[in-house]
Design a protein around this ligand. Structure first.
Ligand code: ADP
Length: 863
């Protein structure tokens, strides 16, 4: 190799003697200029270096004297040049393995080097020799290829490993530029890389890089090259140590790893220790649509959303600088669509045994769906809050440990306190003391088991101080691992429901008490079928529960035949007004016996075909009534005979006294007779009532002229009732067939009542009218009148109006009962119109033209 630099030649002349002397010296002498180019080499030097004079001159010492080159010499040359002081160095020639002692003397133009070969090391040099050996041993024993090069890149020394790889000799290599070694020169890119690295290292920088080299054609190695500058005492870069570590296996492993990484369905990347992106897997490239050239170094940042770039870069640089963990969330651009998706990016260092970071491994996990879900959750949480504040319920949330962490305004209103006082377990002070233990136990159980919570308990409404019932429910919300992350709870005011429930419970209790009582028979009907009945009804009727279940009880079939008409009428009433005024009837029991009952019924509001009926055993009352009727009948019979006797005797006495002229006693006797007549009338009425009851009232069948009959009645009554004028208006020129006395009794009764119940009035009017078929008699008074509600009842047996003014007027409530019965018997009707305080009108309508003559010649009595 030749040095292109212009060098001076030392020519014989004035210094000829000196040169001659030098030529004869047994020691090798080199004179070099400032650039370390050889300007003179004596014969011994030429022998030692194996070059001719021509070859030696002009070449670099480090190329021209290969056998002598060593880092120690290099170091010494630099020291001498620097200090301009003579110096010495002793070392073992790597070429000859001989000890060399070199004296270096600075000259005007450069440096003179005197090489003295020693066979045995001098005692003085002993320690030094050990160091030199150590150096060589070290150099050859290290596992890396080591080259010592000048700052210009010339090889000063090279260890055996590097030589063996390249199949080269030390002598061939030393003095040549490192970049020209086959390992580097075979690839111009790698060669340029090395050249740049040496230049940087020559400036004092430690440079590290990876390269694929080819020490020989059949060998390619991946090496991690580290070039370190070594400085002298004045901090000048003296020479460079290039250590090339064989990382072929690691690279191979890395290649395999890359294949693996490419197969990972995730975005994966690798970065160098300085943070520059080295590799991104296929998935990453596909996603970002970036090539390896584009993402290299800091290129990958272009794939990140502009808004995230600054932050990501800061976090990444901090991680690289502090060698700490790296984790961030960022939006990565989808190369083909330009759309951004959220990713979680994490990276970890791969370190060597000494803990030095060799590489960063990073992953990008697509969390876009999660992010979107988070955003939706956030939005839905906001919605939820709005909802929670607007619903009419108490709404709250609790942490997984059960402590409240949110309450809505309604909770705060109820407790009349702020949210802080309700948080944790602050809410418990508002629970009714009687419910608290139960509620706490339920709550503890719920959050221990993760089951939902439900409780009905009382909470204090601090606005009123009263407790109200609430239905409180809570559900746990779980994450994907099933862990409870929150409890959502509501409280619904059920105070009204509770009240209704209580009322219902009480009414059910009352109903069941009634049902279970022995007093009243109760049954439920569906149409004519009895579908349910209490024990009392079954006992009354003799049916069994089995009969009931088998559908063998039908209330219509149970009704005694003579009550069927009344029952149908009752059924009609039920259909129109949903309930039935209790009425008397008789049931035919299972054994055929008769049971007098009082029955009432109510239809179910929403199921008109269904009804509930109650049945009272009426037999005791009926029996009593019969006995009473029998008594009245007997008593009135018993009374009638002596009364008739008394009446006759009074009349006889009256006549006798009149004959004897004893007129003084006449009024007393008349009054006696009047009272006897009144009592007789009462007794007769009692007898009539008894007969009606027993259906044994007798009637004559005769032709009655109504006009005549009425005038007769009025003529008889007017003298006795001086207080009122009885006015008869109109006429009824027709006759009918009936019992004249009984019809007379009808009009006497109505006119008597009209007079009796109009104490302040002066007249009673009787209007007669007739049509083709009927004749109507209206008895009108201006008296007390009858309340509307009682108008129907006055025709019942023994009924008297309840008004105190009317009650003050004596009577037994039999008259209208008998009148109604007589009119009914004659096929007529009896109605009343009345207004309290104004008067009443009783109208009797009778059918006429019943095919009989009005003279009454043929009278027959009917029963
Ligand atoms: P009493 O013997 O009580 O008069 P009634 O059967 O004749 O019995 O009448 C029944 C009831 O009807 C009476 O108690 C009375 O309250 C009422 N009443 C009957 N007629 C009249 C009338 N003209 N004016 C007002 N009330 C009457």
């Amino acid at each position: 190799m030749s040095n292109a630099k212009q060098t001076k030649r030392v020519t014989p002349g004035s210094r000829e003697t000196l040169l001659h002397m030098l030529e004869t010296l047994p020691d090798a002498v080199f004179v070099v200029d400032d650039t370390e180019a050889i300007i003179y080499a004596n014969a011994s030097a030429r022998t030692l270096s194996g070059t001719t004079r021509e070859e030696a001159c002009g070449t670099s010492l480090w190329c021209g004297a290969l056998h002598l080159v060593s880092p120690s010499l290099y170091q010494a040359v630099h020291k001498a040049k620097e200090t301009r002081e003579p110096t010495e160095v002793t070392y073992v020639s790597p070429a000859t393995n001989r000890w060399l002692h070199v004296s270096l003397s600075p000259t005007d133009e450069g440096l003179a080097l005197f090489f003295h070969e020693q066979l045995e090391p001098l005692p003085l040099q002993h320690a030094l020799s050990q160091n030199e050996h150590l150096y060589r041993d070290l150099l050859d024993s290290v596992g890396d290829g080591v080259m010592i090069v000048t700052p210009e890149g010339l090889v000063l020394d090279i260890n055996q490993l590097s030589l063996a790889d390249a199949h080269l000799q030390w002598e061939v290599v030393v003095g040549t530029p490192l970049t020209d070694l086959p390992a580097w020169s075979s690839d111009s890119v790698v060669q340029e890389h090395l050249r740049t690295a040496i230049a940087r290292a020559a400036r004092g920088e430690t440079v590290r890089f990876e390269a694929k080299i080819h020490p020989r054609t059949d060998l390619s190695l991946d090496i991690l090259m580290t070039i370190t500058a070594l400085r002298d005492a004045s901090q000048q870069v003296e020479y460079l140590i290039c250590a090339g570590r064989d990382i072929t296996e690691r690279k191979h492993a890395e290649d395999e790893l890359r294949v693996l990484i490419d197969a990972i369905p995730q975005l994966v990347w690798m970065a160098r220790p300085d943070g520059s992106r080295e590799y991104s897997n296929r998935r990453w490239c596909d996603y970002t649509d970036m090539t390896s050239e584009q993402y290299q170094g800091d290129g990958w940042l272009q794939a990140i959303h502009p808004d995230d770039q600054q932050h990501v870069l800061e976090v990444w640089q901090r991680a690289v600088q502090t060698d700490g963990p790296y984790e961030t969330e960022l939006r990565l651009r989808q190369g083909t669509t330009g759309a951004y998706r959220w990713f979680l990016v994490r990276a970890m260092q791969h370190k060597d045994d000494q803990g030095t970071t060799l590489k960063w491994f990073g992953t990008c996990t697509d969390i876009d769906d999660q992010k979107q879900a988070e955003q939706r959750l956030k939005a839905s949480e906001e919605n939820w809050r709005v909802l929670a504040e607007t619903v009419p319920q108490l709404v709250w949330t609790a942490r997984p440990d059960g402590g409240l962490d949110y309450v809505n305004q309604r909770c705060r209103d109820l407790a009349q306190t702020d949210a802080e006082h309700l948080q944790g377990d602050g809410w418990s002070q508002f629970v009714h003391p009687e419910d608290l233990e139960r509620v706490l136990a339920l709550w503890r159980h719920a959050f221990a088991t993760g089951e939902s919570f439900e409780s009905e308990h009382r909470l204090k409404d601090c606005r009123t101080g009263a407790y109200r019932w609430f239905l409180v429910r809570a559900m746990p919300m779980r994450d994907e691992t099933g862990q409870t992350v929150k409890w959502f709870g509501t409280g619904t005011d059920i105070e009204d429901r509770k009240r209704i429930e209580e009322a219902l419970r009480q009414s059910q209790e009352r109903a069941s008490t009634l049902m279970d009582s022995n007093i009243i028979g109760i049954f439920a009907t569906e149409g004519e079928q009895i579908v349910d009945a209490n024990d009392t009804l079954l006992r009354m009727t003799g049916y069994t529960r089995e009969d009931l279940r088998a559908g063998r009880i039908n209330w219509m079939s149970m009704t005694a035949p003579e009550y069927l008409a009344r029952t149908r009428q009752a059924q009609q009433e039920l259909a129109t007004q949903q309930y039935l005024t209790p009425y008397e009837k008789e049931y035919v029991c299972k054994d055929g016996s008769r049971l007098p009952v009082l029955v009432g019924r109510v239809a179910l509001q929403h199921h008109s075909s269904q009804a509930i009926a109650f049945v009272l055993d009426n037999s005791a009352r009926k029996e009593l009534e019969q006995r009473k009727d029998a008594f009245i009948s007997t008593a009135s019979h018993e009374l009638k005979t002596p009364l008739t006797a008394m009446k006759l005797q009074a009349i006889l006495l009256h006549r006798q006294l009149a004959k004897q002229g004893l007129q003084a006693s006449a009024p007393t006797l008349s009054s006696m007779e009047t009272q006897i007549i009144k009592v007789t009338r009462l007794v007769e009425e009692l007898l009539d009532v008894s007969k009606i009851q027993a259906d044994r009232l007798e009637y004559l069948q005769e032709t009655v002229g109504l006009d005549a009959l009425l005038h007769e009645v009025v003529d008889t009554m007017q003298p006795i009732h001086a207080t009122h004028t009885i006015v008869v208006r109109g006429a009824a020129p027709c006759s009918l067939v009936g019992d004249k006395d009984r019809l007379g009794q009808v009009f006497i009764n109505l006119i008597s009542n009209a007079i009796k119940y109009s104490p302040g009035a002066e007249t009673v009017e009787i209007d007669l009218s007739a049509s083709e078929e009927t004749v109507a008699v209206r008895v009108h008074d201006h008296g007390l009148g009858i309340p509307r509600a009682q108008c129907d009842k006055i025709f019942e047996r023994f009924y008297r109006a309840t008004d105190p003014n009317q009650k003050a007027i004596p009577g037994l409530g039999m008259g209208l009962y008998i009148v109604a019965e007589i009119v009914r018997h004659h096929g007529g009707t009896l109605t009343v119109e009345s207004e309290v305080g104004k008067g009443s009108t009783f109208t009797v309508t009778l059918p006429c033209k019943r095919g009989a003559r009005a003279d009454g010649a043929h009278a027959t009595r009917v029963i």
